[in-house]
Design a protein around this ligand. Structure first.
Ligand SMILES: [Zn+2]
Length: 444
């Protein structure tokens, strides 16, 4: 299956240039000059061609909570949104990916259902240290842990006494540890005072997850990273006040990286209506000044990458009729829209498509140990491509959403940057919001 895709604006690691991408057997054979395209080629004119987006933070919830989301629906949404590789989080499915049996059940559930490539994170939970080496041998790409209640009973959180030995093991295995960086102390400290506050107000929810919870978690994790040298990654970083800690860890040369999410880069606490529970996530979406600090940290490289943290649930669990932030499930649904959301805000701040690719393709591919296959338009890599109309604006409507459920805080938003076509390993799998080929995804 040899083919050529060409455009006046191909985003390569060296920059944006006119090029003809020669594809052979699903991989990029070479990136040639624009007019070196043979006879069988598809010309995308001035539309940008990017590497497929790699999203390393997705909760697929199958098996066990497939009514929240699942492999078929999430990978459909991913494909039309330009996301060609997902890495699934180990919790919210039942069983969670914390044992070899749990991982086998997960892979079996995914088999034959995926429209894009899917990899898996395992979980570090109390008492599963003996599972970690086996999970790596079976193919998990690293591990996720919580330092605070995860929201589901079957995925417990770990304290320092459990985390330190686990990180020692992971350092030996060379597997990264992804950390939900909030600790309970500062959250518990404000709980009594907020017990009588109005649960419909977003301000109440925001106050219940103070930045200090992130700061103290990162202090703990930095200390353990220094002691064990385990490769450590902070997921969904939100608090601007904790960024100096990341900057210091980086300056010290620790193997500690961090991501943020589209919702923290797009929304602001000031604009979230009371009762609007689709915006609830942990840590929370903070104020406008916080958002700008996250953008500065991305530009500086203190935040390395952007991942969606797509974490949907059944609509009833969002408690939208009552609009109660306390009882609603926490998690933002936004996988399909992630590249457009980030581009909307990035382009507004003068960033380029090269930056977008660094944050959403190359960075996540590196985190998941996939850089030899994914994350760039370069010879030898999988021919995962996204044709992106970076100037096209569109309004998000519920009918366009292909997640299992339509609940998302992005409905009604006007975004910049539309995905016109998605190629997975050389094959055109989606075009203009329509999935053309199902089940082409591989389990990585
Ligand atoms: Zn998550």
């Amino acid at each position: 299956m040899n083919h050529v895709v060409r455009s006046r604006r191909v985003v390569t690691p060296e920059g944006v240039r006119p090029a003809a991408i020669h594809i052979a057997d699903g991989t990029i054979a070479r990136v040639a000059d624009w007019d070196d395209c043979g006879y069988d080629f598809t010309d995308y004119g001035d539309l940008a061609v990017l590497p497929g987006i790699v999203d390393t933070h997705v909760h697929l919830n199958e098996p066990g909570r497939t009514e929240w989301e699942g492999f078929a629906t999430a990978t459909y949404a991913a494909a039309i949104g330009g996301v060609t590789t997902l890495v699934d989080m180990p919790l919210n499915s039942i069983p969670p990916t914390t044992t070899r049996e749990g991982f086998a059940a997960k892979r079996q559930a995914a088999q034959g259902q995926c429209a894009v490539d899917v990899g898996f994170w395992g979980g570090v939970v109390p008492g599963n240290q003996r599972e970690l080496a086996g999970l790596v041998a079976d193919g998990v790409r690293g591990f996720k842990c919580f330092l605070v209640d995860s929201g589901v009973a079957e995925f417990g959180w770990v304290g320092e006494s459990e985390l330190a030995p686990a990180m020692q093991i992971l350092a030996g295995l060379g597997a990264p540890l992804l950390v939900h960086a909030e600790v309970a102390g500062p959250i518990d400290a404000v709980a009594a005072e907020l017990a009588t506050a109005d649960p419909h107000r977003y301000a109440t929810y925001l106050a219940s997850r103070p930045p200090a919870a992130e700061e103290q978690a990162i202090q703990l994790v930095t200390r353990l990273c220094r002691a064990t040298r385990a490769r450590t990654h902070i997921v969904h970083h939100s608090a601007a006040s904790a960024l100096p800690l990341l900057r210091d860890a980086r300056a010290e040369g620790l193997p500690l990286t961090a991501e943020t999410c589209p919702h923290y880069l797009h929304f602001t606490a000031e604009a979230i209506p009371d009762g609007a529970t689709p915006f609830k996530c942990a840590p929370p979406i903070r104020e406008a000044a916080n958002r700008e600090a996250l953008w500065d940290a991305l530009a500086e490289g203190v935040l390395e990458l952007v991942a969606s943290d797509h974490s949907p649930c059944s609509p009833s669990l969002k408690a939208m009729e009552v609009g109660d932030f306390v009882s609603a499930w926490g998690g933002v649904s936004g996988l399909q829209l992630a590249p457009s959301v980030v581009w909307t805000e990035a382009s507004r701040r003068g960033h380029s498509l090269v930056d977008l690719v660094r944050w959403m393709c190359a960075g996540p591919a590196r985190l998941a140990g996939l850089a030899a296959r994914k994350g760039a338009i370069a010879p030898g890599l999988d021919a995962d491509l996204v044709v992106f109309a970076d100037d096209e604006r569109f309004e998000v409507t519920t009918t366009a959403i292909q997640h299992r459920h339509k609940v998302t805080p992005y409905v009604g938003e006007t975004l910049r940057g539309a995905v016109h076509a998605t190629y997975l390993r050389g094959q055109l799998i989606a075009e203009r919001g329509k999935l053309l080929v199902t089940e082409q995804g591989e389990l990585l």
